[in-house]
Design a protein around this ligand. Sequence first.
Ligand code: C5J
Length: 223
Amino acid sequence: MSATATVDALPAPYTFDPSTTALLVIDMQRDFLEPGGFGETLGNDVSQLRSAIAPTAALLAACRAARLPVIHTREGHLPDLSDCPPAKLTRGAPSRRIGDPGPNGRILVRGEYGHDIVDELAPAPGEPVIDKPGKGAFYATGLGDLLTSLGVRSLIVTGVTTEVCVHTTVREANDRGYECLVLSDCVGSYFPEFQRVGLQMIAAQGGIFGWVATSPAFIAVLQ
Ligand code: C5J
């Protein structure tokens, strides 16, 4: 692999050094992607997110082959919910609240079946999984220290949902000086309009939060 690679992206081609780049797969959990979980309790059509699974599986294979570090995240809470702010617990009128029992275990609680990553994208042995109580992957986690220890400066960002945890994490990363490339076919939203606009917001104004590309374009330059 050459020292740097350049991928066709918006708002402009994105040049990165694979030796300082990691793949960040955000919250591809049953609780968001499968019936009976947190996403569905909020009234969402969870099938909207499933289009991101197959391209992310191909991306994972390519990144593992290229020896890029792969980091997964999961949103969820301790069994006693002590890390869940009351505002998050009581907001809205979901059919089941965080911590309530559901068909995949307690909603959005660590250790439950629904909290874990979908089978198709299961972490490989040794790949870090960052458990986070919030929407951003840097808040109240060890992600920053992990990236520092790996020497990572740029992030390939995928996952769900585009306008919530992906956006929050990209904004956090951007403020910390990381360059972020978001792969449009590997992120998903329950709302097609938010998917479109969420991606536009990242690349607007000269790339105010980062760059946007497709996974085939990225994989092509990794090989
Ligand atoms: C949400 C997430 N949407 N992972 N979480 O509540 O985007």
